[in-house]
Write a protein that binds this ligand. Structure first.
Ligand code: ATP
Ligand code: MG
Length: 268
């Protein structure tokens, strides 16, 4: 099944869902889970009966080739995808709310493509992450917290976001997500298009967020080698289905990624 009990986590050898298990509901209380989710865009089945989840404090990767449905997993959580079956469970209850309500519940989403507001300053961009927060002291406290994690944002706080490098814009996008003080942070391809040295910095920051803020993180990534170094568990998606789940060690020891990226997946 998709979420092995916590007690057996360290022994989990990694597994492919067996017959009838693809839609299994996790029994071991993930804070956020997809249960039997299917998403269709017209004739395209983007997700087919997907169940996966993340426990409080975990960092979980969602990996797979282009078009596998990775971004759709995050969009389904945020109420941004046409879900035709299944449910998203938040703290064990069905999450069925408008996207802005979902953010208020404690789930922040940093979408694919570093969408920063280039015509705003860095500080203004960060403030966009908690627009509805009226408490000025709390807003300042969050700003200070983000600046501590990303000192580069502190030193450039009055600069326009358009003047930042790609890596700095990604840090800004992460910081804006954190301004919502989320319990769970959803990251879609945070290292996409970045220079190799910056890729490492972004992964380091993701780890730091997890360790210092105890934020639960679900990260979609193409950079398999890099992301496997920082996560507790990983899901591999192919053609809209979960084809493997396990620890980074079990993913590395299996040949699932080679199979999938070479198009030889048994899941097709
Ligand atoms: N708005 C949309 N309209 C139609 N089809 C879509 C839409 N969004 C996604 N799809 C399709 O759904 C499938 C899954 O897309 P998704 O973006 O989730 O993949 P992905 O794994 O994130 O890929 P990538 O690595 O390229 O970002 C693909 O076949 C894609 O073409
Ligand atoms: Mg994507």
């Amino acid at each position: 099944m998709d979420m092995p009990p916590e007690t057996t986590e360290t022994q989990n050898p990694g597994q492919r869902p067996g017959p009838g298990e693809a839609g299994a509901v996790a029994v071991d209380g993930p804070i956020l889970a997809l249960s039997g989710i299917s998403v269709r865009y017209g004739a395209v089945v983007a997700l087919d009966n997907v169940s996966l989840g993340v426990r409080r404090g975990e960092v979980v990767a969602v990996m797979g080739p282009n078009g596998a449905g990775k971004s759709t997993v995050l969009k389904a959580i945020m109420g941004l995808a046409p879900v035709v079956a299944g449910e998203v469970l938040w703290r064990r209850e069905r999450l069925a709310a408008a996207t802005h309500e979902i953010v208020k519940e404690g789930i922040a989403f940093v979408p694919q493509g570093r969408r920063v507001f280039t015509h705003l300053t860095i500080e203004e961009n960060l403030e966009m992450g908690c627009l509805h927060l009226k408490d000025k002291a709390e807003k300042q406290r969050r700003l200070d917290g983000v600046m501590r994690i990303f000192p580069i944002l502190q030193s450039k706080r009055g600069d326009m976001a358009s003047a930042m490098s790609g890596g700095q814009q990604q840090m800004l996008a992460l910081g804006r997500g954190l301004m919502a003080a989320p319990d769970v942070l959803l990251l879609d391809e945070p290292t996409l298009g970045l220079a190799p040295i910056v890729v490492g910095e972004v992964f380091d920051k993701v780890s730091e967020i997890s360790e210092t803020l105890k934020t639960t993180i679900m990260v979609v990534e193409h950079n398999i080698k890099g992301v496997l170094d920082i996560v507790d568990r990983a899901y591999v998606l192919d053609k809209g289905r979960v084809v493997f789940t396990g620890t980074p060690k079990s993913v590395r020891e299996s040949n699932i990624l080679t199979e999938i990226f070479l198009g030889k997946s048994g899941a097709s």
